[in-house]
Structures are given as structure tokens and as C-alpha cells.
Design a protein around this ligand. Sequence first.
Ligand code: UDP
Length: 319
Amino acid sequence: MRSLVTGGAGFLGSHLCDRLLARGDEVVCFDNLTTGQRENLAHLESHPRFQFVQADVIQPVLIDGRIDRIFHLASPASPPGYMQRPLETALVNSFGTYHLLRLAQERGARFLMASTSEAYGDPEVHPQPEDYWGHVNPVGERSCYDEGKRFAEALTMIFVRQFGVDARVVRIFNCYGPRSDPNDGRLVPNFVTQALTGKPLTVYGDGQQTRSLCYVSDLVEGLVRAMEAPGSTGRVYNLGNPDERTVLQFAEIIRRVTGSNSPIVYLPRMSPDDPHRRCPDITRARHELNWEPTVQLEDGLRETVAWFRERLGLGAVRN
Ligand code: UDP
């Protein structure tokens, strides 16, 4: 099988490239390296079945040969990342998705749209099932991302209905693990870096907002199953871990796992549209994909912390 991964130099994309190579695929990775990093693919540079192309899918996509699978992950994904690049974010999810859906149509490839839990906005239904339509501010600071992804979902379904493209949508909830960018401003990279370097853990707001964190290997397994499952054409799947905690609880757990004495400081809420609660209802993925997360939070955090220690040049932990 020959698979195209857009955003393949990103945190999630690079793990997906690993997974597809491990199952024997030839993998072509497209990334414009705005938020993705070549370093995430360093171990694949000389892999005989791997090809990296520095390309921006906002422009028409040029690629020769057969393509069997298209995983469209390209997009800034952290709130600071997309709020600093609102236009690129809106366009990679609109023009970019259009170019890739056309490519899927021309080559007869299966297509997976990596959407987001942000499609639910600041949800009024909890936990969020796929048939909840969301509560999104269409003109707020986050709209480049959440409306961008919602448009990408709509476009995907147009190609399914009008052109018979074999496409599906996954809504990815918060994900963490090795290779997540230490500087992207998200909860886990921030708290782990702060805890390991003895700086205060910065809780935005009162810390009572909730998230549900999914370890990267579980998430990647969900992506592959959503692409391959019979009957997944035209379907939407939540992928995430329903283990919901408050931001303050995450700060406390990360302090414990890192053995840090860093204090917790409270800073103003990041944005008025910051969702208060978020937790996936994964009933559909359980039934239709036979998928659910298997990695417990503390285990996943230990792996993540070990990677951050190395990345920050702090060396391995001695017991
Ligand atoms: N957050 C925080 N301190 C940080 C980074 C994030 O309190 O240093 C909060 C953030 O305001 C949000 C939650 O943690 O309520 C998750 O933020 P993240 O950026 O990881 O992703 P989001 O779920 O907002 O896309």
C-alpha cells in the first residue's frame, strides 16, 4: 500500500508514519514545516519505504504514482499555534482539504480527515457524542481552527455523497506523548517542561476546566482502524480517552510523576472561548472500530516525561 500523510512531520503525523511503515506501507510525508519538525522524522531519513516532501497543501498537490490512502493531518493544532497563524490554519483546512479530496477522487484513494474535538466548541452536551452539533463561536479567536475543521468535515461529506469518495472523519480529542513540541504551549508540554525545570506550573483560569488526554499510540491505532474498518465510509468517529480530569488535577499528577516541587501559579484564562469541559463519548468507535484506549494516564505520562527529559538535555532518571 502507498500512503500519503500530510502533516507527517508533526507530533501525531510522525507517529502515524512509523505505524504505517511498520505495517509494510510505502509512506510519502508532506509537511511545510511551519509547526512540524524535521527532527521528528530523523530516524526515518534513510528508510527505503519513506519519502519526505516539503510541500504546502494550500497549493495544488503534486504527487506522481499510485496512492491508496490519504491521511490529512496537516494543520497547526495547538491554540497558540493556530492563533498565531489564523489564515494558514483556515486555508489548510479549506483549500488543503479540497486539494487532497480531489486527489483521493482522481487516484481512487481512501481518505481520512483529521478533525478535532474543537468542532464541538464549548460544549453544552457532556460527554460529547458524534451526533452533537456543537457550540462554536464562528467569529472568535479559535474560529480559524474550529470552523476550519468544521468546513473540512462538510467538504469531506460532499465528496462522499457527490463523488463517491471513500472518506471518513475522525474528531481527535487532546493527545499527548513523546515528540509533542515542548514549545507549542499546550497543557502537557508546558506542565512537564515547567515541572522538570523547577518553574511554576501555569494554570490558566481556576483550573476547573476539564480535558481528557489520550496517549499517542492509542490515538494512532484509532486512526488506522478508522481508515480500514469496513463500513467506515462517510462515518464520523470520536477518538480520545474518556478519562476526564480537571486542568488542576493534571498539574498535580504531572508534579507527582516528575517528582517536582514546582509551585502552581494561576494566570488569566487563555481565551473567552476556552472550552469549560471536554470528554469524548467513544461508544461508536468501540462498536464500529473495536477500538478503545489502553494506556493509563500515569503510564503514558511516564513515557512522555522520559522523552522530555532527554529532549531538554536532563538525562535519564536514576533510581
Ligand atoms: N492550560 C493551562 N496551562 C498551560 C497550558 C494550557 O492551564 O500552561 C489549559 C488551557 O487553558 C486549556 C487546557 O489547559 O483550558 C488545555 O489546553 P491545551 O492548549 O492543551 O489544548 P486545548 O484543549 O485548549 O486545545
